[in-house]
Ligand binder design. Sequence first.
Ligand code: SF4
Ligand code: SF4
Length: 365
Amino acid sequence: MYYKQYGDTDMKVSAIGMGCMRYNDEDVKAGNLEKCAEVALYAHEKGINYFDTAPFYCDDKSEEITGIALSQLPRDSYYVSSKMNMGTVGGKATKEAYFERLHKTLSRLKVDYLDFYHLWCLLDLNSYERQRDALYGFFEEAKSQGLIRNIVFSSHMQGNELEKVVESDLFKGMLIGYNALNYRFRQTGIEAAYNKGMGVVVMNPLGGGLIPNNPETFRYLAEGTDLTVPQAALNFVASHKEITITLAGCTTKQHVDDACKAVENLVEKPASVIYNEYENKGVALNNLCTGCSYCKSCPVDIDIPKYMDAYNEKILGNNLMDRLKWHWGIPSSKAAECIACGQCESLCTQHLPIIERLKEVAAAK
Ligand code: SF4
Ligand code: SF4
């Protein structure tokens, strides 16, 4: 296993972390939790020492399953993270409710403290400010009581927004979605976090299944290697010098082996070098939005990169509406407000026909 330093701390973490949201569905439903835990134990045996879980994952059983595995291991041989936001306390905005939630997580994980506790799922700067104002004081108190070691956040924000959160100096690390398809969205964010001495953990390195489900489109990632396309996609993320841990959601021991193989011969490079290498290949990304956000100043406030990201799904043969609804949480109807001023098209680094694509998005059902 390849290990990296977590930000400016003395923690050595595995380049691959176990994303504990993919335990076998049938086993979870059948109550075979020990069997699920065997995968986490196997991951630890293979050198993975970072386990990322949360309430509600796997029918709300992920923390319990992960706890079954971790309770069999020396406490100083792994790092465990979980998450909390207002949604996890059913809207009860009291300190008692927050501590109750945290103690439930600790008890399910069978640990006295969490190494990382995430202010969870910050969608944009407004949601960040709301959650920070409501919960950050509780996080600090929990830390002073020794219940959590590091305060971190998880987010779906774009690079420039991430930079603002990074600048706040409130967090030791961050968890973001990042992959070969959307890397432009978050480029400035990972560079800012790295320069601040923060750890950067990546979820969704396979683009929500988009990359393994479209192996021909993404074959260029594996060119010149002995890796499969999904392994190459993990390697793409893990090879960023700015990224500390790449989470792999593992259902089986084979998934663990596949993920470990992806970083066997890891060569770390700065993000800027990686972007040039991949974009010079010029392959599949030609007609895809790369999320660079150069088009962002729309006079009618259409969040163009998000709509174009959803249109990427259509190009790749997937469901545009699912992406809009479940990933971004924005309505297709907003796309119809485009007044065709052309400003975005003149700025688009990919020279995409944004106006035409927005019409298609608006008409999508
Ligand atoms: S063309 Fe449409 S989407 Fe593009 S900037 Fe103008 S109004 Fe916004
Ligand atoms: S400028 Fe083009 S490629 Fe960049 S985010 Fe906007 S639509 Fe996508």
